[in-house]
Design a protein around this ligand. Structure first.
Ligand code: ADP
Ligand code: MG
Length: 238
């Protein structure tokens, strides 16, 4: 489905990503992990650009329109499913079918705020679920997520991950929670300083291999140890 070779991306003359090769098959569930600044967001945005017509992206930046309602922000995920005329009328007077569909998505995301509430007045966790709803509403075969549950408690994050996994054939997701990656994905890719330094099926991964990955993260190890220690303890028991 996707084959990258020699992808090099710079920002302001500084290398952010340098991937010699990376391929992902249709149907795979792939988690991407690594310290902050290691190139995870750059990689998933690049993948999204390549898969765009058949992929939905739930970005770390969310990109919500603050003064529009929850309903309209989610509806925007699928503007290209309808004519501009349909979209224009729906903006003023929402149609019944998308209202029902979006109501159901909100139930699945455990979002109990009114459909008409402007996103500007939502909490961080609610905003993140609206962004997730917009990606789910696209009903694409491929879901690309960039830390889509970072503002949610781990139990809700796990429930919503199950929703995302069941609704998409292929899932490519940046995750902060290593245990979540080990328990729910087929394969884990680890980045450090823009390079791929880990790419393994989860059944070949254990606490030691992940520890090696963190040790290779070099100067970042100190932070990682503190940040991930509880998750690594959990990973040990997998
Ligand atoms: P991660 O998602 O792993 O935290 P990013 O992909 O966001 O990492 O960033 C990788 C590197 O590229 C970092 O050094 C970051 O500062 C830099 N970078 C990312 N996006 C931009 C941008 N739009 N402009 C300048 N530098 C950027
Ligand atoms: Mg990022």
């Amino acid at each position: 489905m996707l084959a990258l070779s020699n992808v090099v991306i710079h920002f302001d003359g500084k290398e952010a990503l340098n991937i010699a090769s990376l391929s992902i098959k249709a149907g795979e569930k792939v988690a991407i992990v690594g310290p902050s600044g290691s190139g995870k967001s750059t990689l998933v945005h690049h993948i999204y650009e390549l898969l765009r017509p058949s992929a939905a992206l739930c970005s770390q930046r969310q990109g919500l329109v603050e003064n529009l309602s929850v309903y309209h922000n989610i509806f925007m995920g699928a503007l290209n499913r309808h004519s501009w005329f349909y979209n224009l009328i729906n903006l003023a007077l929402p149609f019944k079918q998308p209202l029902n569909e979006i109501g159901q998505i909100m139930d699945r995301l455990e979002l109990s705020c009114p459909l008409t509430q402007p996103t500007a007045s939502l909490s961080g966790g609610q905003r993140q679920r609206v962004a997730l709803g917009r990606a789910l509403f696209q009903q694409q075969a491929v879901f690309i997520g960039d830390e889509p549950f970072s503002a949610l408690d781990p139990i809700m994050g796990q429930r919503l991950l199950a929703e995302v996994l069941s609704a998409h054939d292929t899932v490519i997701m940046v995750l902060h929670d290593v245990n979540m990656a080990l328990e729910n994905f087929d394969r884990i890719i680890g980045l450090q300083a823009g390079q791929k330094i880990l790419d393994c099926p989860v059944d070949e991964l254990n606490f030691e291999t992940l520890q090696d990955f963190y040790q290779q993260a070099g100067s970042c190890q100190q932070n990682l140890t503190a940040e991930y220690s509880s998750e690594l303890d959990l990973a040990k028991n997998v």
